[in-house]
Design a protein around this ligand. Structure first.
Ligand code: B3K
Ligand code: ZN
Length: 878
């Protein structure tokens, strides 16, 4: 397989104006007839059409081929393994292609495939070429008309994009036919078709210009009662996009279909979103608070794509972040507006640090607009998505809400109906506001996480405070040297009482607020503040104003001071994490040196204060009382000490629990009421309550166990049941196996809950976990063809259980490689997600490195490797 480069982009030689598709769905064979209206692209071929037309196609059987009604002679075209070439087409013509496919044999879940007996499609990024020969690239936008014929009893529901324009009754042959028409030109990756036995819930939404839109969520029979939350989320998204972005929905109907077999979260096909059931179905008894928030965010994300992705799409796949970064930023802001802003920001930053920072410092590091790829499906990464969202957020910060909105308005005014680039987006932001973003554009082209080194110096005589800011960025594959970034640095200065000081730079006449954004643009820069009455404690990078690593020589006392006083909630949390990280890493060293472990008294007292602060939001308190994760601690070490981190973090949890036991118990009791479920402040109460239970259970005393077992048996909300089960799961108590067995019995008919059961067991810290995971592969409920099951069991183990996956025997690595090779033949995208779990192998000790390298080499040397797995495994070894 070979790489494709951004620098080689050229516009398509032909354009397609209209697409008329007819699907004849069958059990053995599905026939697809495609009528395309094509013409030479005047940009490429001003004098007509002197070049061959090369259409993409994969795993297709060509049945017939005609131009303007005339069947082509074999000499007029050629079929390759991934293409169909027509040597000498006219300048404008109608092309008719008939192909056959076997969706029932398609285990890749890309193109047209079967799920629970139904038909379903997934075309992004390049799945449409598995349906018919086409110019499968996003800069070819066409209007679609889709006719579907199928057995009326097996497939009563037949859906595609746009509006239903015709439907027949069942004929003598037992089949029926429908036709859908999408009035908006779209790239083929937004095409969708669904057919099968589905029921729907329906609602409607009146847009602010007064149009009524029908809203439907289609699910398998029996799941109708789990769609309320998704439907409410959809309506909130529609209102939010009107209010915040001035964007209205544009068709008469918006449909969502939830399917059980889906490679990712969801897909924004025009007017017909297809979702993983995980992001639609939710009832309090069977879904956790996290699940509920996930449904809300993903429904919003896919809905928001209707403008940011569909109406304005990407010119080529290197521009993926144009739609994904922007749409993630939009869904993050939507959730912040609906729920607690600081709590949401903390969760998003945790996610960025847990997944994107490691990617950005490993062998797969790439800019949010990559320069090259082998398999584009490998680039739906946390860098393109989450770092991409941070980049849009920085534009928002630099321009202000009003300037940003002006930029967005101009972007749509200029580009509605077009396929454009990240640069077009930035240009609209510049042109609408006059702000120069030329240096800022480096965020699109450079990979790696920038580092800010900041030091402060107070001058009592001059009452000034000098902040020296240095930036750097480590090398990444193909980019040994980085140019300085344009970094928005939001900050404040706290006086000794903890109040914000008005901020006046020496060059200014009057202060500009008590929290402001500095433009950091040089490798080294000094900012001098005037009228600073006493040595301040700086609060830096407020709200995490840029996706960077910050180094500042705070004392432990500075950090406890910020934890207690910072007016910026994110930074209050951050100060606690910084202090916790420092202390835990110190303990890891102590352990390695054979010194006794002891947790600082000051830290315990600071946690005590948080736990007992009645004014604090519960959800925020729960986040502030959570120690930095094992993964995050590992990232701070030159060589990750897996066992040391695990043991020390466990030690610290016990020490905290012992110190705060009485307060944890009273917190648990105060919040522990089995209250009726609601998605509101109750989420915060549940997270603080379960945090308290977690600490108490680390002591494993009789009282804690009784509370935990009681909660498992009596709780109504799945959040509480799962929290208790997860805690029992790490123990060798007799109640553990009983609880797991009972949980399975209760939920065995709910696949999404069974996924939780798999993943909990996969993440147990017990030494026997790998053996249990192996035997769970043979459990009747496990299905390797179902991505959710793979992510739960195999992903849960290799991605969510560091201490067992990295067992020094290397057995965890061999297990993962076995699974990757099995999945490679079934579903390359899922296999590729699993092989990524090896990418950070160089961060471990020699013994583990050798084991992981051997498994990666075994994978690279395996026969029939998909480009997906090959790209990740081979780049990991480089
Ligand atoms: N755009 C899809 C992701 C498609 C992934 C293709 N491998 C979902 C989303 O980001 O909304
Ligand atoms: Zn998206």
């Amino acid at each position: 397989p070979k790489a494709i480069h951004l620098k080689d982009y050229a516009p398509p030689p032909y354009l397609i104006d209209t697409v008329d598709l007819t699907f004849d769905l069958g059990e053995e064979v599905t026939r697809v007839r495609s009528s395309l209206q094509l013409r030479a692209n005047p940009v490429r071929l001003p004098d007509g059409a002197p070049v061959p037309l090369v259409l993409d196609g994969q795993e297709l059987k060509l049945v017939s081929l005609a131009i303007d009604g005339r069947t082509l002679e074999p000499a007029e075209y050629a079929i390759g393994p991934e293409s169909l070439t027509i040597f000498d087409p006219p300048a404008a013509f109608a092309l008719e292609v008939e192909t056959e496919l076997k969706p029932q044999e398609n285990t890749s879940l890309e193109g047209l495939y079967r799920t629970s007996g139904n038909f379903c499609t997934q075309c992004e990024a390049e799945g449409f070429r598995k349906i018919t020969y086409f110019l499968d690239r996003p800069d070819v936008m066409a209007r679609y008309r889709t006719t579907i014929t199928a057995d009326a009893l097996k497939y009563p529901v037949l859906l595609s994009n746009g509006n239903l324009v015709a439907a027949s009754k069942m004929g003598h042959d037992g089949r029926h036919t429908v036709t859908w028409e999408d009035p908006f030109a779209k790239p083929c990756y937004l095409f969708a078709l669904v057919a099968g036995v589905l029921v729907h819930v329906e609602d409607s939404y009146v847009t602010r210009s007064g149009r009524t839109v029908t809203l439907r969520i289609y699910v398998e029979p029996g799941n109708q009662d789990k769609c309320d939350h998704a439907m409410r989320s959809l309506k909130k998204s529609m209102a939010w996009d009107e209010n915040v972005y001035g964007l209205e929905y544009d068709l008469d109907i918006f449909m969502i279909v939830a399917v059980g077999d889906f490679n990712m979260g969801a897909m924004e096909n025009k007017g017909l979103n297809v979702f993983n059931t995980k992001y639609i179905l939710a009832r309090p008894e069977s879904a956790t608070d996290t699940d509920f928030l996930g449904v809300e965010a993903v429904v919003a994300h896919e809905y928001f794509h209707n403008w940011t992705g569909n109406r304005v799409t990407c010119r080529d796949w290197f521009q993926l972040s144009l739609k994904e970064g922007l749409t993630v930023f939009r869904d993050q802001e939507f959730s912040s507006d609906l729920n607690s802003r600081p709590v949401k920001r903390i969760a998003d930053v945790q996610r960025l640090r847990a997944a994107q920072f490691p990617e950005d410092s490993g062998p797969m590091a790439h800019p949010i607009r990559p320069d090259s790829y082998i398999e584009i499906n490998n680039f739906y990464t946390t860098t393109v998505y989450e770092k991409g969202a941070e980049v849009v957020r920085m534009i928002h910060t630099l321009l202000g809400a009003e300037g940003y909105r002006k930029g967005i308005d101009l972007y749509f005014e200029r580009h509605d109906g077009q396929a454009v680039t990240c640069d077009d987006f930035v240009a609209a932001m510049e042109d609408a506001t006059g702000k120069d973003l030329s240096q800022f554009r480096r965020w699109y082209s450079q990979a790696g996480t920038p580092e800010l080194d900041i030091s402060g110096e107070y001058d009592g005589h001059g009452r000034t405070y000098r902040l020296t800011v240095r930036q750097s960025c480590p090398p990444s594959p193909g980019q040994p040297v980085k140019q300085p970034y344009h970094i928005p640095l939001a900050l404040g200065l706290l006086d000794p009482q903890g109040a914000d000081i008005p901020l006046r730079l020496k060059t200014e006449d009057v202060p500009k607020g008590t929290s402001r954004v500095l433009d950091v643009t040089e490798a080294e820069q000094v900012f001098e503040f005037a009228d600073v009455p006493a040595p301040p404690v700086p609060s830096l990078l407020r709200g995490f104003s840029a996706p960077v690593k910050l180094r500042m020589s705070y004392t432990d006392d500075d950090l406890t001071f910020l934890m207690a006083n910072d007016s910026d909630a994110f930074n209050r949390w951050e100060a606690g994490q910084t202090l916790g990280t420092r202390l835990l890493l110190g303990l890891v060293e102590d352990r390695a040196a054979g010194r006794p472990l002891e947790l600082s008294r000051g830290f315990l007292d600071a946690l005590d204060k948080i736990l007992n602060d009645p004014a604090l939001d519960h959800a925020f308190a729960a986040q502030a009382l959570t120690l930095p994760s094992e993964g995050y601690l590992g990232q701070q070490m030159p060589v990750i000490d897996v066992d040391g981190i695990h043991e020390v973090r466990g030690f610290a949890r016990k020490a905290i629990a012992a110190h705060l036991r009485d307060d944890l118990l009273s917190t648990y009791r105060a919040l522990g009421g089995n209250e009726p479920f609601a998605i509101d402040a109750a989420i915060g109460r549940r997270s603080l309550k379960n945090l308290a239970l977690g600490y108490l259970m680390s002591l494993e005393d009789a009282e804690a166990v009784e509370l935990c077992v009681g909660q498992f048996h009596n709780a109504h909300a799945m959040t509480d049941v799962i929290a208790a089960l997860g805690l029992l799961n790490d123990t060798h108590l007799p109640q553990r196996d009983a609880a797991l067995a009972r949980f399975y019995e209760t939920w065995k008919n709910e696949p999404l809950v069974v996924d939780k059961w798999f993943s909990i067991q996969a993440m147990s810290e017990r030494p026997e976990t790998l053996a249990e995971v192996r035997s769970l592969l043979n459990h009747p409920a496990f299905e390797i063809r179902n991505p959710n099951k793979v992510y739960a069991l195999i992903g849960g183990f290799a991605g969510g259980n560091a201490v067992r996956f990295h067992d020094s025997s290397g057995a965890g690595y061999e297990f993962l490689a076995d699974q990757v090779l099995t999945l490679n033949g079934l579903n390359p995208q899922v296999a590729s997600r699993m092989v990524k779990l090896f990418a950070r192998w160089r961060k471990y000790d020699d013994r583990r490195q050798a084991f992981m390298r051997a498994q990666l080499e075994r994978i690279v040397g395996a026969p029939n490797l998909s480009p997906d797995v090959f790209e990740i495994a081979s780049k990991s070894l480089q």
